[in-house]
Design a binder for this molecule. Structure first.
Ligand SMILES: [Zn+2]
Ligand SMILES: [Zn+2]
Length: 161
């Protein structure tokens, strides 16, 4: 029996997917947002179109990404119920920490962070707004207006008085 598995040229992921798919009718009756049913090890983070949820590791295991967007994962079908999925999942790179920008005040010197951000955006020359590179923006005094001027999202902006 073990020899048959080796001869099927199946990698562990394919074997796991086939095992999960054997119970696809049962998976249609079971939904939970506290456990990833693919690995039973972690909490789910990504919810598929079928409403089953996977942890980030299982999304990467069952999904694919491209060279252009290596941290955006596409899971073609749910590994549990096998229904088609169109939602993609953007993950934070493993080596990325919290990306914070701090704009200090200082009256008229508050123009310096604005000029710096403008120059930085010109130098990196990417079709992505500079604001997209940060998770949180902190500003005090005139630094608050720097953050407002650059339209960092209100939810991730902290203003210090
Ligand atoms: Zn998992
Ligand atoms: Zn599903």
């Amino acid at each position: 029996m073990a020899l048959q598995v080796i001869n099927q040229k199946s990698d562990p992921i394919t074997i796991h997917q086939k095992t999960l798919a054997r119970f696809k009718e049962l998976w249609l009756k079971i939904y939970d947002n506290t456990s990833c049913f693919s690995c039973l090890s972690r909490a789910p983070e990504d919810t598929l179109d079928c409403h089953h949820s996977l942890c980030t590791q299982c999304t990467r295991t069952h999904g694919t990404s491209t060279l252009q967007e290596p941290w955006t994962f596409y899971v073609a079908k749910c590994p549990l119920c096998c229904e088609r999925n169109y939602t993609t999942f953007a993950h934070k790179p493993d080596t990325a920490g919290i990306r914070a920008i701090i704009a200090e005040g200082g009256g008229v010197r508050g123009i310096i962070p604005l000029a710096f951000l403008k120059e930085l955006q010109a130098v990196i020359d990417l079709p992505i707004a500079i604001q997209e590179h940060f998770d949180i923006a902190v500003g005090s005094s005139s630094g608050k207006s720097t953050n407002n001027r650059w339209r960092f999202g209100r939810a991730n902006t902290v203003q210090v008085h």
